[in-house]
Design a protein around this ligand. Structure first.
Ligand SMILES: O=C(O)c1ccccc1NCC(=O)[C@H](O)[C@H](O)COP(=O)(O)O
Length: 212
């Protein structure tokens, strides 16, 4: 069975279409003004309108307020990925108020980070383990950096979890074989430059996931 994958940071009709054709289970849209992948809810609505039913439309949010959450849901988003410093109470509050699936993204650099990510995830539907952002990074995710996957050996989070950070067509097969996450998430690894997705790299990533 093929592992589900999410293509994150989509911002054009062509690359949304490529991700759909490649078989992505989830499409990610970033709502964070400092990101080269940033979208307004209005722009996202235009992209989401073309997405068939059955494919998840995931908003990547960083410490978003309720007004932004409501705006992205009105744009057609169905899943909320919280990628900031949201507390357990905030995660639970967002889930209870919206009734939508909530994913918690956490940065990993050490084994202790993984334990902390699991302990502080709150009532999430999915946990996304991403590489901890480098000290000088402007973004909390989407930096094209991998964490040491050996840190995950022997760890099985009690909720469905996804792997992200620095994945690409060349390494995702090894990641899947070693860790068997419920899903994988890619952004920089299918780009030609930050924020510029590549149709051919999206296809190559999908083939690598299927071939794993
Ligand atoms: O991608 C962004 O610009 C971004 C901005 C702010 C918070 C999170 C962001 N991305 C989160 C993702 O879901 C990425 O897909 C994930 O971190 C993997 O990124 P990459 O290492 O570039 O494949």
């Amino acid at each position: 069975m093929t592992t589900d994958f999410k293509v994150c940071g989509l911002s054009t009709p062509e690359t949304v279409d490529a991700a759909i054709k490649a078989g992505a289970r989830y499409l990610g849209f970033v709502f964070f003004p400092r990101s080269p992948r940033h979208l307004t809810p209005e722009r996202a609505a235009g992209l989401i309108a073309a997405v068939p039913a059955g494919i998840g439309k995931v908003a990547v949010l960083v410490d978003a307020d309720d007004a932004l959450i409501d705006a992205v849901l009105a744009a057609g988003i169905d899943t909320l990925q919280l990628h900031g410093h949201e507390t357990i109470d905030r995660v639970g509050g967002v889930r209870a108020r919206t009734g939508r699936p909530v994913w918690r993204a956490s940065g990993v650099a050490t084994r202790a980070d993984i334990a902390q990510a699991i302990a502080s995830a709150g009532p999430v539907d999915r946990l996304l383990l991403d590489a901890k952002a480098p000290r000088e990074a402007v973004l909390p995710g989407g930096n094209g950096v991998a964490f040491d996957w050996q840190l995950m050996l022997g760890v099985s989070p009690p909720m469905p979890w996804g792997l992200s950070g620095g994945l690409d067509a060349g390494n995702v097969g090894a990641a899947l074989a070693a860790l068997k996450p419920a899903f994988v998430d890619v952004s920089s690894g299918v780009e030609d430059a930050p924020g510029v997705k590549s149709v051919s790299k999206i296809m190559a990533f999908a083939n690598a996931v299927r071939g794993a």
